[in-house]
Design a protein around this ligand. Structure first.
Ligand code: GUN
Length: 280
């Protein structure tokens, strides 16, 4: 029987710790707000944005919501970010992705001051993380490190296989596991012999983006399996990239979907916001 890693409980612990810290900072005159920008009305984005605002309220920091119409020009968005970059009260800026096609995401991400880049997407943040310098770390990978540490799963010296090489999850995940002294392999859609490589993993991190793709043929007996995917199956039920029922009996620990990695992303976003308030 595998340990089911409870991301809901761990994220709640983190938010409660942050709530205490925010109260302490407030007592020392340090406050701030997160600015959240959404362009358009994508329903999934609207849910994420609402959850982010609720999390800010829970830990006791401010939030400023900017809901811009789909046809907003790139120039207008750049102008808003330039204003927020200089606004004293704003300690974090988050532009919800994806953006409408007529807006260049790279250009927008680069326009956010690295001091307020609480998503950790700015090239300067990514570079700092790569060489172990101070800066904001992308929230989902940082959340996975917390899940492992708070579940007392040893990382040092372990074989870690990451499936997926996105800028938001796969690449930063691999770098963070390396920072924690794992031996890391990154795999992707062009990798040959994927099952054999995955079977070497003591810790298998799956961010492949395909519903229920990873079954028992990919998992070593006793491995720790982290599932970053979130999809709806044919019955409209939430599921991950991993066939949970098939893999759980051979794993030593596994994250469920929902309630595994998902809740950690917002907890780590709040952590970055609090770090930003503290650093000012
Ligand atoms: N869209 C999906 N995930 C994220 C995220 O972590 N940050 C932002 N800004 N947009 C997203």
């Amino acid at each position: 029987m595998a340990l089911i890693i409870d991301g809901k409980k761990i994220s709640q612990q983190i938010k409660d710790e942050l709530k205490e810290k925010v109260a302490e900072l407030k007592a020392n005159g340090k406050t701030g707000a997160l600015a959240v920008i959404q362009v358009g009305t994508d329903p999934a984005s609207s849910v994420y944005v609402r959850n982010k605002k609720n999390a800010c309220a829970y830990i006791g920091i401010g939030s400023l919501a900017y809901e811009l119409p789909e046809e907003t020009k790139e120039e207008e968005l750049l102008q808003l970010i330039a204003e927020l970059n200089t606004k004293e009260e704003v300690k974090g800026i988050l532009v919800q992705l994806p953006l409408p096609k007529h807006i260049c995401e790279d250009k927008i991400i680069q326009s956010i001051s690295p001091k307020k880049d609480v998503d950790g997407f700015h090239p300067q943040s990514v570079g700092a993380m790569t060489i172990g310098q101070k800066g904001f770390v992308s929230c989902t990978p940082a959340g996975i490190i917390q899940l492992l540490k708070r579940s007392r799963i040893e990382i040092t010296g372990k074989n870690c296989v990451v499936i997926g090489r996105s800028n938001i999850v796969g690449k930063p995940m691999a770098l963070l596991m390396l920072r924690e002294n794992a031996t890391v392999t990154i795999t992707h859609s062009k990798t040959k012999n994927l099952p054999e490589i995955c079977k070497q993993a003591d810790i298998l991190i799956v961010a492949i983006g395909k519903p229920q793709f990873i079954g028992s043929a990919y998992v070593k007996e006793g491995a720790v399996v982290i599932d970053v995917g979130i999809h709806r199956d044919e019955n409209n039920k939430l599921c991950g990239d991993v066939k949970f029922d098939e893999v759980e009996p051979i794993a030593s620990a596994i994250t469920p979907v929902p309630g595994g990695v998902g809740p950690m992303t917002i907890a780590m976003l709040m952590n970055n916001c609090v770090q930003s308030i503290e650093d000012k």
